[in-house]
Design a protein around this ligand. Sequence first.
Ligand code: SF4
Length: 271
Amino acid sequence: MAVDRTRPTPERMITQNAYLRPHGIYTFSIPALAGRFDDGTPYVTCPAAGVCAAVCYARVGTFRFPKVLAKHQRNLRRILSDLPQWRQDMLAELAAPRFRGGRYLRIHDAGDFFSDAYLDAWLAIARATSGMTFYTYTKEVARFKRLVEPDPPLNWRWVYSYGGKQDHLIAPGDRVADVFPSEAAITRAEHHSNDASDLLAVLGPSPVGMVMNNHPHLRKRIGERTLREWQEQKRSARRHGPGRLNARPCRSEQTQACHEPDLPEERADDH
Ligand code: SF4
């Protein structure tokens, strides 16, 4: 692609937060679930979200800050309006010296790989970037099985996180993560907590356990279930007829925001 020298320097897209910085982890994010841009144009960023949407950390708290949502909407706008240019901009940003020397980029504090083209763009970016490991949580099980699993980039790691519409496509042996009400529940279920570092979700032993975020109304909603159990309840109820699931549907299509680059109290850990 020819370089357009009249184009202003694009806004940086990669950030860091206080929780991930000590581990040398950078992040890139788009808004969670779905929403509308200022001009009313709708978007969907988590088409495979299931019950996770009802307790999504990225739709409450600091993620609701208008400044934060606007930042992640700008990222998404660039992807949707000119994917090749966005890919080029991302590669240019990743060429900065601070990203060399064994750094990690977590793709998505919120949002998911909402299309084949978007996932392909990230795979191409990973293949063209040395010295950086890319990792992600995803509920796009079918898309990953088709586009990633046959030939993943060497510097690409992923974990399938339960709570999505495609949980049933997760196969034995896949790396998986589930959200639990407490660390004790993780231990009882013989999962491996990623509390010490988010990287354990992709580099440590599987299955991975994560503690539900601290928002009281969301903790109440999930109760003592894990996301996997809740999603399975829902699937089972569909098969056998309606039952009481205590799963309030997502009423709002309006995404509430994503991760503030420097907000220590938020953890993007139930994705
Ligand atoms: S938990 Fe993750 S996949 Fe589910 S709605 Fe939130 S950002 Fe999307």
